[in-house]
Design a protein around this ligand. Structure first.
Ligand code: C5P
Length: 247
């Protein structure tokens, strides 16, 4: 990833939430160089596998190298997660993530695998990020799985654990940016979804922030999907968001 200070455009990670390689390739060709990275997640990966990721990554980087955020949220025993990280390293992701709830040993092994893999391949180590508490879970959902700490406290606890494991940062909701920034300091990376430019359709997102607000709160990267991918001209939509942040 680009070293700071980041330009507003470089803070935008566009979520390509589709199982369709042709659509993801077309969006990547349109957006390569206009955003800070493309995000491919479980829907795309499970439909198209590593070759699909290579095709999209190549399309995104046709004119300008465009980082890849591989959003696969690994969560398993440490040995298996280390193996999964090793297996995806040839895809040269710039950002990779795991679930913090997998524990400190799992996170450390993931980090080791990312470090070893990148050294072996002669590439930069991906930023390794943890998911704390899924924002789809509220306090009642957590209680139902035996987790009685309120979601907000659990997010902070897992962010601190992530930092202790040596990872680079967490994915968090806009509501959590300020508290995690205070708890984990200025260098801990915060990647924030649920972003809507002023006046944009919310879709199924309930608690949103504008790009400008989220950056002002302390976000490093913004994950933005439909406001860009659903626009008639995705590159202009991304440029408008960058301009809104800069204004
Ligand atoms: O289209 P939209 O901007 O809502 O897309 C947001 C992206 O961020 C999607 O890929 C979604 O899965 C992801 N995400 C989210 N909320 C979270 C975690 C991830 O919207 N708490």
């Amino acid at each position: 990833m680009t070293k700071s200070p980041l330009k507003p455009r470089e803070r935008i990670l566009v979520a390509l939430d589709t199982p369709d390689v042709a659509r993801a390739v077309a969006l990547s060709q349109a957006l390569g160089g206009h955003v800070g990275g493309i995000k491919l997640g479980l829907e795309f990966f499970n439909a198209n596998g590593p070759q699909g990721v290579r095709d999209v990554s190549k399309a995104a980087s046709e004119s300008t190298p465009t980082p890849l955020f591989l959003d696969l949220k690994f969560h398993d025993i440490p040995n298996t997660v280390a193996g999964a990280v090793k297996s995806v390293m040839p895809l040269a992701p710039s950002i990779l993530n795991v679930h913090a709830a997998g524990g400190i040993e799992m996170m450390k092994r993931a980090l080791e695998a990312a470090t070893e893999g990148s050294e072996r391949l002669g590439i930069e180590r991906p930023m390794l990020i943890a998911v704390t508490v899924l924002t789809s879970l509220d306090d009642a959902d957590l209680t139902s799985v035996g987790q009685t700490t309120p979601a907000r406290d659990q997010v902070l606890r897992l962010a601190a654990l992530t930092q202790m494991a040596g990872l680079d940062g967490v994915v968090c909701s806009s509501q959590e940016i300020a508290a995690i920034r205070t708890e984990c300091g200025p260098d801990f990376k915060l990647i924030v979804p649920g972003i809507r430019p002023a006046g944009a359709a919310l879709g199924d997102q309930k608690r949103v922030m504008t790009p400008k607000q989220a950056i002002a709160e302390g976000a490093d990267y913004l994950v933005i999907g439909r406001p860009i991918t659903g626009a008639d001209n995705p590159a202009s939509a991304a440029a408008a968001i960058a301009a809104e942040v800069e204004a």
